[in-house]
Design a protein around this ligand. Structure first.
Ligand SMILES: [Zn+2]
Length: 110
């Protein structure tokens, strides 16, 4: 799943509206200068504000809290570590969170 920062999500929202920054300000009940700054990434957009504006446009945004792969340097080599047992899953970066043993155990418990 693709995730965005609040500013990136706002940009996506803005592009979906196919309108000017001024119009975006009207539609979301926001100052056009704020719209400009968020698009430029000058100000960090607060989530509650983003949510409010999305509501104005009949859209929904949600917060996702997820584990990120643990990437480490191991003797100068890049490696990805298991979240649970910290064993090296693979040399190089992968998006895997757990090693094969831990994945097996997860299934066992379910
Ligand atoms: Zn593991």
């Amino acid at each position: 799943m693709k995730t965005y920062t609040t500013n990136e999500a706002f940009r996506k929202l803005f592009l979906s509206q196919n309108c000017t920054q001024l119009e975006m300000g009207y539609r979301t009940d926001t100052d056009k200068h704020s719209v400009h700054d968020w698009l430029k990434g000058r100000n960090q957009l607060r989530f509650d504000k983003l949510e409010q504006m999305a509501n104005h446009l009949g859209k929904r945004v949600k917060i996702v809290i997820e584990d990120k792969p643990i990437h480490k340097f191991n003797n100068g080599n890049l490696a990805t570590l298991c979240h649970k047992c910290s064993v090296i899953i693979s040399v190089g970066f992968t998006d895997d969170l757990y090693c094969k043993e831990c994945v097996k155990e997860q299934f066992k418990n379910k």
